[in-house]
Design a protein around this ligand. Structure first.
Ligand SMILES: Nc1ncnc2c1ncn2[C@@H]1O[C@H](COP(=O)(O)OP(=O)(O)OP(=O)(O)O)[C@@H](O)[C@H]1O
Length: 591
């Protein structure tokens, strides 16, 4: 079976320990029959045998030895169980530790398409709940199966040595139990796959709700969100109950069969005892070991439940394990080159799934130039800049950096040459200093300060209670939109890359602050090609060239003056932003 083979492969380094644990389980469980055997000897020799009284006086030494033996074996079994459990725990924990690291790296190495397709809540479920289910199975469920099986087999062999016919009578119930268990397993498997899916939906809803709580509050949609959560919760709970109820359908059969072992022992065993076919001690041995046969039968349903959960979780983990990104970061180059910063789009066509987003886009940016991209919302501006660091690959055409197709460049090196501030600003729960130095952890504090000054962030940072050491909350909680944008800009500048990409980075700052930022960008002390997405003419006016996008096509290209003279989209935007919205408002406030 593929999943088990996969587990075995990943057990590398811990295989010996795990096999040792399995062997110890077998040995420890086999010892279960020792005490019933000693009991049998004690009963037959000292309690119920013909010469019991005589033995009690003459063989007292043997009795003491047998009693000590019982205590000794009990202690040995307990010690062994402790040691065995430790081996299971250590090997399964070590294995999961390795797999967790591997999966985390795997997720980190996925391309943007993977993140577009996979929900955060689902990935979180795989990395936590599913991994833990597999670990639990390795440490407990497999152990339970091995131990139950060993005890069962050891008891059956021991029973056979006492009386084969009585043993066969006892085993008469096993086939129907296995048939019931098999039917149950077949019915319950799809339910656990469904259950796992619903848990993932529940986690996704919870995660989205928590990370989007400010939007929820802004729209006073708490009730709606509670309803949405309740719906997922009900779904999960219903699926859980459904699976549990299926188990309950079969439980009475399994329990009755398990109880049946006692009845058979009483009837057949009692008859055999009266006939003198077995001794009283042997009957006691049967009686004290009957649980070894009935318990595994009784637990078979629980074990099947857990195994179904185990396989449902394991297949989800394997999904991540074998997921292959289309855009791979080889991490091979040790010496990363610094690029000149020339960018060229050569008849680029791009689509998300089947929707064409960029169509025949061609333009060139020379090293050191500043290019502004403007266009209506959804026209494809962000998509253009996402193609430069190769977050996605083009469908047709080429994107070239320093004259080389980005698909032929080392991904690490390419991205190491780009500083980027994205539209959706994400800051980490760290100090402001730590956030600015994110791309360069060795950045001296005075440099962090000077980049914050360039990004017009220094003044508000120094006014904060702990200045640069102020810890910002998750995603930058505690800062205004404009403040977050400025820290993100300082972070992008601080890496001093030859290509700087800014996606609407100054949209939330006032005009005066923006003026300061524009000046800083013009006066950067390192060579840098800048690509700036902006909606304000005040931002684009100073660019060497402005590209206008409309519906995925490049419709205008030129300097501020050239585009104004063209009287196209750019001119309209310019007019709109400079003359208000075209309405002449009178002093009295009427049009
Ligand atoms: N991950 C994605 N999967 C599918 N479609 C996407 C994805 N990202 C963007 N799109 C679609 O691609 C088109 C272009 O999006 P893009 O983000 O490039 O526009 P934009 O010009 O940057 O818009 P805005 O000014 O609103 O940021 C839009 O129609 C958008 O719906």
């Amino acid at each position: 079976m593929f999943e088990l083979k996969w587990l075995w492969q990943n057990l590398e380094g811990n295989r010996t320990r795990y096999i040792l644990a399995l062997c110890l389980s077998v040995v420890g469980s086999s010892l279960t029959i020792v005490n019933p055997y000693i009991s049998q000897r004690i009963v037959d020799t000292f309690i119920a045998g013909d010469s019991a009284l005589q033995n009690l006086t003459q063989e007292r030494q043997l009795l003491i030895m047998l009693c000590l033996g019982m205590i000794g074996f009990s202690l040995l079994r307990t010690g062994l169980a402790y040691f065995t459990t430790m081996q299971y725990e250590q090997s399964s924990q070590n294995m999961m530790y390795n797999i967790r690291i591997f999966l985390y790296n795997k997720i980190q190495g996925q391309d943007r398409e993977y993140y577009d397709r996979n929900r955060t809540g689902d990935l979180m479920t795989k990395m936590t709940g599913d991994l833990d289910m597999v670990r639990h199975s390795m440490a407990w469920i497999f152990k339970t199966i091995i131990e139950s099986l060993t005890i069962f087999i050891a008891a059956v062999i021991y029973f056979f040595t006492i009386d084969a016919q009585l043993t066969l009578w006892m085993l008469i119930l096993s086939p129907p139990i296995f048939i019931v268990a098999y039917i149950f397993a077949k019915r319950v498997r799809p339910m656990y796959i469904d259950l796992r899916e619903r848990l993932s939906q529940l986690n996704t809803t919870t995660q989205e709700n928590i990370s989007g709580n400010r939007v929820v509050k802004a729209f006073a949609r708490e009730e709606f969100e509670v309803q949405k959560f309740t719906e997922k919760n009900v779904n999960y709970s219903t699926a859980n109950k459904k699976a549990a109820l299926v188990w309950l359908d079969y439980f009475p059969f399994l329990e009755s069969f398990a109880q049946g072992f006692n009845v058979i022992l009483m009837l057949a065993g009692g008859l055999f005892l009266m006939n003198g076919r077995i001794t009283f001690g042997e009957f006691t041995a049967f009686s004290s070991l009957i649980w070894a046969i009935s318990n595994p039968m009784r637990n078979i349903g629980i074990i099947i439940n857990d195994i179904q959960r185990f396989f449902a979780s394991l297949s989800k983990i394997i999904d991540i394990y074998y997921a292959k990104p289309n855009i791979v970061n080889e991490h091979t180059s040790t010496n990363k080159r610094r690029y000149e910063g020339r960018i060229e789009f050569d008849h680029v066509r791009f689509k998300y799934d089947s929707a064409i987003v960029l169509d025949d886009v061609s333009f060139t940016v020379e090293p050191g130039e500043t290019i502004a991209i403007m266009g209506s919302t959804g026209s494809g501006k962000t998509t253009i800049i996402n193609l430069i660091p190769r977050f996605y690959d083009v469908a047709e055409g080429r994107v070239l950096v320093d004259g080389v197709d980005v698909r032929k460049l080392e991904l690490d090196e390419l991205r190491d040459n780009i500083g980027m501030a994205t539209q959706d600003v994400l800051l980490f729960s760290d100090t402001i200093d730590g956030n600015i130095a994110y791309g360069d952890p060795d950045l001296p504090e005075e440099d962090a300060i000077s980049f914050a000054e360039l990004a017009a962030a220094h003044d508000f940072i120094t006014k904060m209670p702990e200045g640069y050491d102020t810890v910002v909350g998750e995603r930058g909680v505690g800062l205004s939109g404009g403040q977050k944008q400025r820290i993100a800009l300082a972070r992008a500048l601080a890496v001093r890359r030859p290509i700087l990409i800014l996606d609407d980075t100054t949209s939330a700052v006032d005009l005066e602050t923006e003026e300061h930022i524009q000046k800083s960008l013009r006066e950067l002390d390192y060579p840098c090609t800048k690509i700036i997405i902006a909606q304000r003419v005040s931002t684009t006016a100073q660019a060497d060239r402005i590209l206008i996008l409309d519906n995925g096509k490049l419709v205008e290209e030129g300097t501020h003056a050239e585009l104004l003279a063209k009287r196209g989209y750019y001119y309209d935007v310019f007019k709109l932003q400079n003359e208000g919205i075209g309405r002449q408002v009178t002093a009295s406030g009427k049009e």
